[in-house]
Design a protein around this ligand. Structure first.
Ligand SMILES: [Zn+2]
Length: 210
């Protein structure tokens, strides 16, 4: 990691990793998957210091988006997601917020990204890699200059996200694991939406879903 300070908090009932990507030079921060507990996230960002510049969503499930609306308003920053996830982000049944969290919630992103799109935010070059399977519009965010990938619920340490929920597909997630791990160099660090961090070389060898 060159200019990146990576921190985070674990939030909500299903222990979602909400990551903070702070640029040492610009002091700007990206917030990845603010899934719950906006007040705790704001407090943690205060401790970290710096200026939030945007919110990245890896997919639309309630446990990854529930605090996005409040943080967007609080900091006046844009929300990014894959274009293929638009429908699920807006549908409280598909995003499971109506049935599972008892707090129906939807998010309209400010920027819908296309597969392979490269954009710059908080001084980081970010590649959006569409990785359907957990949901149809799941994606990973790859920061080649930092050798870091935020993998959402696509790649877990020696596992992958479940595929039995709306728009999920086991054959798709297997394809996505191959696609993303083919793009990442072996020593790339992977930060999943749940559980511990891993790296691409380890997953190429040990992930049972490949
Ligand atoms: Zn999910």
């Amino acid at each position: 990691m060159k200019n990146l300070i990576l921190r985070g908090v674990v939030v909500g009932p299903v222990q979602t990793n909400c990551y903070f990507l702070k640029n040492k030079e610009s002091q700007e921060i990206l917030i990845v998957d603010p899934g719950a507990e906006p007040d705790r996230i704001i407090q943690a960002l205060l401790t970290l210091g710096g200026k939030p510049a945007g919110i990245l969503l890896t997919h639309g499930h309630f446990d990854h988006i529930e605090a996005a609306g409040e943080l967007r308003e609080h900091y006046h920053i844009p929300v990014y997601a894959a274009a293929e996830e638009e429908k699920l982000l807006l549908d409280t049944t598909l995003n499971l917020s109506a049935g599972w969290s008892g707090m129906p919630c939807s998010v309209k992103a400010d920027h819908y990204l296309t597969d392979g799109e490269v954009f710059t935010l908080a001084g980081f070059e970010i590649h959006m890699l569409l990785s359907p399977g957990h949901t149809a519009g799941s994606c990973c965010y790859w920061l080649p200059e930092e050798n870091v990938c935020l993998s959402g619920d696509t790649i877990f340490c020696q596992s992958c996200g479940r595929t039995d929920l709306p728009t999920g597909s086991m054959s798709e997630i297997r394809r996505s694991l191959h696609k993303v791990l083919d793009i990442l160099p072996k020593d790339a660090d992977i930060f999943p939406g749940h559980g511990e961090q891993t790296d691409a070389g380890f997953e190429k060898q040990h992930n049972p879903y490949l």
